[in-house]
Write a protein that binds this ligand. Structure first.
Ligand SMILES: Nc1ncnc2c1ncn2[C@@H]1O[C@H](COP(=O)(O)OP(=O)(O)OP(=O)(O)O)[C@@H](O)[C@H]1O
Ligand SMILES: [Mg+2]
Length: 344
């Protein structure tokens, strides 16, 4: 990114720094999302993902750095910038005493939609997210997954060109997740620019054009899902023999990286490999030439999970030391802007 020839990014963060007391939530992070694409912001708990989203959506002020949405500076022109994006925050921001339909219609009307238009749009979204049956019940009684879906629907009321989705599928069952994925793909087809945070690497792999991996408030890796997998390109091979054979290890040694490990019964050999094409054939040839009978060969390319674990040193969850005293998710503080009326 940033060779100057491509179109201006729709979302841009430059050197964002944010402290909460002694905690450094962001230590200077940079990323950019070109128009019409989706960026996956990945990182363990406490990495700083929501903090970045809060700054970009004018809910928190950065200590340093710059952020723009649709080319507009979010600190200098928060009111203007709010017209361009929808937000489905990690913590639901719905009114529990209103029905699903009322929640959606209020979002529409607060952002200037005519009542009739707002009603039609709400009905459309309630249908899309399978909430029609519950539409006229107060959202307090919704299940977690239903609330997540309503939250997402609310962020889409005004068809914003930019969308921030902070862990939109956390807590959803497989059907709910599929529904959200379908909605995201449809939005991309319509040209919407999306910043998505997720704990599900599979989700980033499935949806994101680019992924930025964040840990301790800094970007530790960046690329397409494919590039990230290639970066830790060494794959793994496991060979199952029909019977143990003294020459088996020696036969495959020239084709692998590092040592060959044999299982206790000598029937399974495993080793790291460069995942070149034709590798399985080459292994079988070598073993065959040595008179070794092979039952099975499995070459496993690294999954995004492997990459993620390698990058973050296996730390999926933080130690909780940075959390507020009651261990709950941190809430807004005095320096945060007003949170309610942001859905524009
Ligand atoms: N309002 C706040 N007050 C105090 N500390 C905060 C506040 N918001 C965030 N933090 C701290 O900043 C760090 C980054 O938090 P953030 O919520 O951005 O992480 P995250 O990547 O979204 O994590 P998760 O995956 O759990 O949602 C954490 O250490 C967190 O405890
Ligand atoms: Mg978060």
């Amino acid at each position: 990114m940033g060779n100057g020839t491509e179109t201006r990014p729709m979302i841009e963060a430059e050197g964002l720094v944010k402290h909460y007391g002694q905690t450094r939530a962001l230590a200077g992070i940079d990323f950019a999302v070109p128009a019409g694409t989706i960026l996956g912001l990945l990182g363990p708990n406490g990495a700083g993902k929501s903090t970045a989203v809060r700054i970009l959506t004018t809910l928190a002020l950065p200590d340093a750095g710059r952020a723009t949405v649709a080319g507009i500076d979010v600190v200098k022109h928060p009111g203007e910038v709010r017209r361009y994006f929808g937000l489905a925050a990690q913590d639901a921001t719905l009114d529990p005493l209103l029905t699903g339909r009322q929640n959606l219609m209020i979002v529409g009307e607060l952002s200037g939609m005519r009542r009739a238009v707002s009603r039609t749009r709400a009905a459309e979204l309630l249908t899309q997210f399978d909430l029609l049956d519950a539409a006229d019940r107060v959202s307090k009684g919704y299940s977690g997954g239903m609330r997540r879906r309503l939250d997402l629907a609310a962020s889409l009321m005004t068809r914003p060109p930019v969308l921030f989705l902070d862990e939109p599928t956390t807590g959803l069952d497989p059907t709910g997740r599929q529904m959200v994925w379908d909605a995201i793909r449809e939005l991309l087809r319509d040209g919407v620019t999306i910043l998505l945070t997720t704990q599900y690497l599979e989700e980033a792999d499935a949806l994101a054009n680019r992924i930025v991996v964040v840990d301790h408030g800094t970007v530790i890796a960046e690329g397409t899902p494919h590039e990230l997998k290639e970066a830790s390109r060494s794959a793994h091979v496991e060979v199952t023999l029909a019977a143990p054979h003294a020459d088996a290890e020696g036969a495959i040694a020239p084709l692998v990286v590092g040592r060959v490990h044999a299982s206790d019964d000598g029937r399974r050999l495993s080793a790291g490999v460069d995942a070149t094409s034709g590798l399985a054939t080459a292994l079988v040839r070598q073993l065959d030439a040595a008179g070794v009978l092979v039952d099975n060969i499995e070459v496993r390319r690294p999954s995004l999970d492997d990459v993620f674990l390698a990058l973050t040193g296996g730390r999926i969850a933080d130690d909780g030391a940075d959390r507020d005293d009651d261990g709950s998710r941190p809430r807004g503080r005095a320096d945060d802007h007003e949170v309610r009326e942001v859905r524009s």
